[in-house]
Design a protein around this ligand. Sequence first.
Ligand SMILES: [Zn+2]
Length: 500
Amino acid sequence: MSAFTRVVHLYFLRLVAALAVFALLKVVFRFGVDWRFRGKPPYPLDLPRPGRAPLLNKPERCFLSISSDDWGRWADSVPIFPDIAFASSHEELQTAPAGFWYRLATSETREDLENLGSLLERLNADVTYEKRVVLTPHWIVGGPDFEAMRKLSRPLAVACHGRDGGRQDRCGYIELLLHDSAGGLSRPPYSRGDLRDLYRKLYMNELWHPEYHGRSHFSVSRWLRELNIAGSKAEACFNHSLVCGSSEIALRSEFDWFDEHQHLLEWIQGGLHSFRAFWGYRPRVLSSPHNTWTPWLADAARYAGFIGTSLGDVQKVYRMDGGLVITNRPRFDAFYPGFDCEKSVNEIIKTLNSTKFANIMWHAQNAMRSTYSLEEYEKHLSCFERLIGKVRAMLPGLAIVTESELHQIRVRGWSAEVWNSSIVYRNYQRTSVDVYAADPTAFGTVESWHGKDLVMEELQGKATKTGPNSALHTGDTIRLYPDSIIRVRVSESRATIPSS
Ligand SMILES: [Zn+2]
């Protein structure tokens, strides 16, 4: 054996030995296994850190969610005008540059909500569960109480911090929140009435699944400082019960301008309290007003229990930040200047064909009539209809999902979503997955299913309960076969006890 062959031989033996030791260690220590899930089925809301992308059950499979910002909002960094007549007679209050769509920013009416509901119902007639349109409206749960703030002496106190205990000597911002008032939209200059039943109806009918946007949509501390300057633009808007600043961007944005991280967290938690008290569950996806994003906000979002966030159309594409799924949103706003509906629809189809996942940004403004002619309003809605018709026709493997489902499926191939009195599970992996039958309190609901008999409804595909008992209860294991969608709810025979 030559010296060269001996060296090669020696190194080859060492390599084999190293590989053998590694394989042994792998068996002993089970490298690459997620320890949290060992020996038990995964908990519905735990998102593992990213490993490899989940293997999907069909090559043509793709997922679309429709994210819709600004519902419930009556204030912003620019004035929100009640209608076109008000906007055109108060040109002096405008802060956005000429031609910018923000000059027409408005809020929803009863009629807008009814029309949107009818459109979605019509689009969902005679389609399979997976092809049903579902919106993910991002909710603003509060705004200023102008009436109450007018009674305060000037200058307004600006030390608001986390709005602890409503101390008006420290904070001149008085807030109306969704869960305990009909909000600013019920008051002048909007006078929309109490829209809360209509909001809830769209959720009960599973036409939308609200998530979190914020509780003011502008920087409260910056606004108070501008309000304290006599003759300011902010004061002129305030006199008409509107919010604005010295420029269109001066009050951007809600989650910026906090001095301490703890104050930001308290501000978010207060908004989440209101969201949960109104909608009955905890939001899981955050869209930050004006799409601002900072490491502070990422930390606060994780701490507050969000699993995902949705950014703007030019922000960094899909990534994981700790346990937080971060995605961009291609803009699909028919009201946006220069928007080409046909071209945008084709781009979304292209994205879905290539990346398999799309979370599009379809602002609430698309469904609002007040600052547009009837012709423009109908054009905006018909563009949405065109999108839905075309994605369904061109993409046979398409599933339209909520944003929370999109974030979950992207990370692990299956999802759990809470609805009014039920939880819907989906499995899009090539293999079956065993999951716990969750209690809805895990999603923040008040009502627990503990000890109740549950039923499983197969909306698509097949699932079985594993284990000895025939009845299904929380904590039992459910096997979701590939391509299955199931709904779990309380058995009605037990839920309704007949009176004797
Ligand atoms: Zn917004």
